[in-house]
Design a protein around this ligand. Structure first.
Ligand SMILES: [Zn+2]
Length: 245
C-alpha cells in the first residue's frame, strides 16, 4: 500500500498528523479521592509503547490513542450515552474492536466523538445502531491483535482507546476504520476537558496552562456507583473503592 488508498491516513507525515491533532498534549487525569483507577500505561501521542520501546511507523510512529493495561476480561464501559457505530475484527495491531458515537448532547462537548475500543477479548456482542448507556459494558479487555508481533506469543492485555472528532455525525466505515467527514484526532483525555470558547481540539488542549491540564475525571466504581460531576463522560474502566475501616 503506497500513498493514497485505504491506508493513506496511517502514513501521513508528522506535519500532517500534527495538523490532524496527533501529538502529546500534556493532559493529566485527576481521579476522585477514595478510589483506585486503572492508569494510562502509554499516553496519546507517545512515540513509545508502555514498555518503553519505540512504536512502529504507523501514524508517524506516534500513539493515536491511550493505553490502559488491564487484566484480561476487565469490563470496558461506555464513557457516555451513545450508539454503536461500527464493530468487527481486524488483524495484527487491531484485533476485536467496537466504535461508539457520542453526540454533543451526551458529552457536553462541542463535537461529535467517535471512540474505538480495541483489543477486546471477544468480538463485540453489540451491533451497529445499538444504543449504549453511560457505564454500560461494551466489551471485555483482551489481547487480540497484539500477539505474534512486538509483544510475542502472550501479547499485551490492554485497552487501546482512540478518538476521532467531527462537527457532524456523518461517517463511513472501511475495514476496522471509521471515517468522519474529516480525520481529526483528539487526545482521549479531551473527554474530560471543558475548553473555553466552545473549541475542543488537541491543539486547544496543548495550549492550556499547566494547571488547566490537570483534568478531574468522573468515574464508575466496580460496585456501579458514579462519582464526579454529573453529565460528564466517565473513565472507560471502573475504579475500585479504597478499603476504609
Ligand atoms: Zn494503544
Amino acid at each position: 500500500m503506497g500513498g493514497g488508498g485505504s491506508g493513506a491516513q496511517d502514513r501521513e507525515s508528522r506535519e500532517v498528523l500534527d495538523q490532524r491533532g496527533l501529538f502529546v498534549t500534556g493532559l493529566q487525569p485527576v481521579f476522585p479521592t477514595g478510589v483506585t483507577c486503572p492508569q494510562i500505561s502509554s499516553p496519546f501521542g507517545s512515540p513509545t509503547r508502555y514498555d518503553g520501546s519505540q512504536r512502529s511507523n504507523d501514524f508517524g510512529g506516534l500513539h493515536n490513542g491511550m493505553d490502559i493495561s488491564l487484566e484480561p476480561g476487565t469490563p470496558l464501559l461506555a464513557v457516555a450515552d451513545g450508539v454503536v457505530a461500527h464493530a468487527g475484527t481486524g488483524g495484527q495491531l487491531v484485533g476485536n474492536f467496537i466504535w461508539l458515537h457520542f453526540p454533543p448532547e451526551s458529552t457536553g462537548l462541542p463535537v461529535h466523538v467517535f471512540a474505538r475500543y480495541q483489543h477486546l477479548r471477544e468480538p463485540a456482542a453489540l451491533q451497529p445502531g445499538a444504543p449504549v448507556r453511560q457505564g454500560q459494558v461494551v466489551g471485555l479487555s483482551g489481547n487480540t491483535g497484539t500477539t505474534g508481533g512486538h509483544y510475542g506469543f502472550s501479547g499485551y492485555d490492554h485497552l487501546h482507546l482512540n478518538l476521532l472528532v467531527s462537527p457532524d455525525p456523518d461517517f463511513e466505515t472501511a475495514g476496522p476504520m471509521l471515517r468522519p467527514s474529516a480525520i481529526v484526532y483528539l487526545d482521549p483525555l479531551g473527554l474530560y476537558a471543558r475548553p473555553a470558547g466552545g473549541i475542543l481540539t488537541s491543539q486547544s488542549l496543548r495550549g492550556l496552562a499547566d494547571d488547566q491540564k490537570r483534568l478531574p475525571v468522573s468515574v464508575m466504581t466496580t460496585e456501579g456507583q458514579r462519582i464526579g460531576a454529573p453529565a460528564k463522560p466517565i473513565w472507560p474502566v471502573a475504579c475500585k473503592r479504597d478499603f476504609r475501616e
